[in-house]
Design a protein. Structure first.
Length: 153
């Protein structure tokens, strides 16, 4: 009977040790998970995101300036294309050949689609503000009409 009691206590001791090891492993795993999650959150802080965006913008503008004259006194807005279908719906002609990963580079006077992976300009279009358009229309409406004369024939 005494042998059986020692055997039972050994089994209980082993079970307690196994449970303690499992609990320790779970605690270490949870700590590692939350540490990594905190590091990822830190890396995605607004300051880090802003720095990454600025670096990417500078890289794209630098690449683009090697193949196209760009005035250095203008700061562009640069956006990476994530969903070409949405852009193609808004302006099918301009965005016809756009792909995921292309860059839309906007200057005050022009819009450029740039494919960094191929160092290629996909499309360029002028940007006409509504103020410019109204001024042009008003200017054209105040000019006298030119009549064709039959004297040249």
């Amino acid at each position: 009977m005494e042998n059986q009691t020692v055997s039972n206590s050994n089994k209980m001791y082993k079970i307690i040790v196994v449970i303690a090891l499992i609990a320790t492993m779970l605690a270490v795993g949870a700590a590692a998970f939350f540490y990594n999650d905190a590091q990822d959150s830190k890396e995605q802080s607004p300051e880090v995101v802003a720095e990454n965006n600025l670096a990417e913008t500078e890289k794209i503008v630098s690449e683009l300036s090697e193949i196209l004259f760009i005035s250095s006194d203008q700061e562009p807005t640069v956006a990476r294309v994530e969903d070409p279908a949405v852009l193609q719906q808004s302006n099918p002609d301009f965005y016809r050949n756009i792909q995921v990963g292309d860059y839309l580079v906007l200057y005050p006077q022009r819009a450029i689609i740039y494919r960094s992976s191929e160092t290629q300009i996909i499309n360029i279009a002028p940007i006409i503000s509504t103020d410019q358009l109204q001024a042009t229309q008003e200017e054209q409406s105040t000019q006298p009409a030119v009549e064709n004369s039959d004297e040249d024939n």
